[in-house]
Design a protein around this ligand. Structure first.
Ligand code: GDP
Ligand code: ZN
Length: 435
């Protein structure tokens, strides 16, 4: 893992032109680096933290690169916990490239993706769920994603985990105390009941994982059905409703269509099979194959059947939850079957109910203001902890103690208090440079 002895720098603002751009420098030499690059009323290294200076950024030969501000943060009162200088120039790619180059010339090293946040984590300023929340917040495209990220960043996930960890720790202590008096055994109120509560709490938290991941990364919805079932029409109706854009995407084997929309604050990618309109006999086979493929990669399948024609059920094997939809109900229902949502792309009938069914299928009945697990890494650790706690409830004290230690280990992994280096690397690999 990275040492803390060196000073890192990166452009912290997005590529392209903007009013303001920022080069961020963090590490023991951050303010000396700023001294070498920036000429203002006083030296950054002589300026107290929490202040800023106005001045010029200078090249090695003394020419001005640009004018701007130098913000000074002194560790531990900074994002990384180290000394930090933020150099704010005009947000032009040329200025920022030159400014970063200059900062590297005078001794900083180019930061790796997520390295500023990694330092905040290593310095104990953020736990791993908060670091993941930073990533989600930077990437948040919708309000639901932003809300979950903000909760995560506030430490709300870790707070829910610590309730569980405390109950487990208390029970473990009771068990360990009793191991010296094997005849007695741990009384039920110190073992069974707290563990049952810890298990319920953790199960509740784990139950938020699907909604949390979907709110954070969005969901893929596959529209499946026979040719003419009304897939494209429904896609257009949903989009018209949402006023969004359709982009044709060339698939590897044949074309399909992806459209983006937002539903209940969740970024949704609707996938429709296109280019299957040919009249060849192979339509059936090709359609089903493609549908099956799309269905496998979807978070939710919308399976459409034409309600205005004689029923030819289409069964598609998919692990994804499925909503069954009878289409074209404005033409009258030729058949009836239980469990179908009735819609008309032409009149818009049933679309609000469909939207609500999609929302429920994706987010369930999770409470909005609560912190949800937002990554598979978190869910996996929670799942393992739950397994060990459940096992402990039915085991004799000594074996239960072992299971509870394992559970605590998994909970510590969840928050990143005790975690393998490769797991940490995997988390930060997803960051952009400069965060
Ligand atoms: P796809 O092959 O499954 O994508 O089906 P399309 O969306 O292309 O629709 C096939 C045909 O059914 C087209 O002629 C549509 O105009 C028609 N259609 C689709 N949805 C409806 C509907 O809700 N009501 C009516 N009356 N016609 C529809
Ligand atoms: Zn179509």
């Amino acid at each position: 893992m990275t040492g803390l002895s060196d000073t890192i720098a990166a452009i912290a603002t997005a590529p392209g032109s903007a009013g303001v751009g920022i080069v961020r420098v963090s590490g023991p030499a951050a303010l000396r680096v700023a001294d070498a690059v920036f000429a203002g009323r006083s030296r950054p290294s002589r300026t107290p933290g929490g202040r800023f200076l106005y001045g010029a950024f200078r090249s090695g030969s003394g020419d001005s690169i640009d004018e701007g501000l130098c913000l000074i943060f002194r560790g531990p009162h900074s994002y990384t916990g180290e000394d930090v200088a933020e150099l704010q120039s005009h947000g032009s790619p040329a200025v920022l490239a030159r400014l970063l180059e200059r900062v590297l010339e005078v001794g900083a090293r180019a930061a790796r993706p997520g390295e500023f946040t990694l330092r905040a984590y290593l310095g104990g300023r953020l736990d791993l769920t908060q670091a993941e929340a930073v990533l989600s917040l930077v990437n948040a495209q919708t309000d639901a994603a932003r809300r979950q990220a903000t909760l995560g960043l506030s430490g709300a996930i870790a707070a829910r985990v610590s309730v569980v960890a405390e109950a487990v720790t208390r029970t473990l202590a009771a068990i360990q105390a009793m191991l010296d008096y094997p005849d007695e055994g741990v009384p039920e109120e110190e073992r069974g009941e707290p563990l049952l509560r810890a298990e319920a709490e953790l199960a509740g938290l784990l139950g938020t994982a699907r909604a949390g991941q979907i709110a954070t990364r969005g969901a893929r919805l596959a529209l499946l059905g026979r040719p003419n079932a009304g897939k494209s029409s429904l896609l257009n109706a949903l989009l018209g409703y949402e006023r969004s854009i359709v982009t044709p995407i060339a698939g590897t084997t044949r074309d399909y269509l992806e459209a983006q929309l937002e539903l209940a604050g969740v970024p949704i990618t609707l996938v429709d099979t296109a280019g299957l309109r040919e009249t060849a006999d192979e339509i059936e086979a090709a359609g089903v194959r493609q549908a099956q493929l799309l269905g496998q990669n979807a978070d939710l399948v919308l399976l459409l059947e034409d309600g205005s024609a004689a029923r030819e059920p289409l069964d598609i094997a998919s692990d994804a939850p499925t909503l069954r939809i009878q289409t074209k109900i404005d033409l009258g229902q030729r058949w009836q079957a239980p469990g179908f949502l009735l819609v008309s792309a032409v009149t818009g009938a049933g679309l609000p109910e469909l939207r609500e069914a999609v929302r429920a299928a994706l987010l369930g009945n999770q409470t909005r203001g609560e912190a949800w697990l937002t990554t598979e890494r978190q869910a996996d650790a929670a799942r393992r902890a739950l397994m060990h706690i459940a096992a402990a409830r039915h085991l004799p004290d000594d074996l239960a103690g072992y299971e509870l230690e394992q559970a605590l280990g998994a909970l510590a992994e969840l928050t990143g208090r005790d975690v393998q280096e490769d797991v940490v690397d995997a988390v930060f690999r997803n960051f952009c440079v400069g965060k």
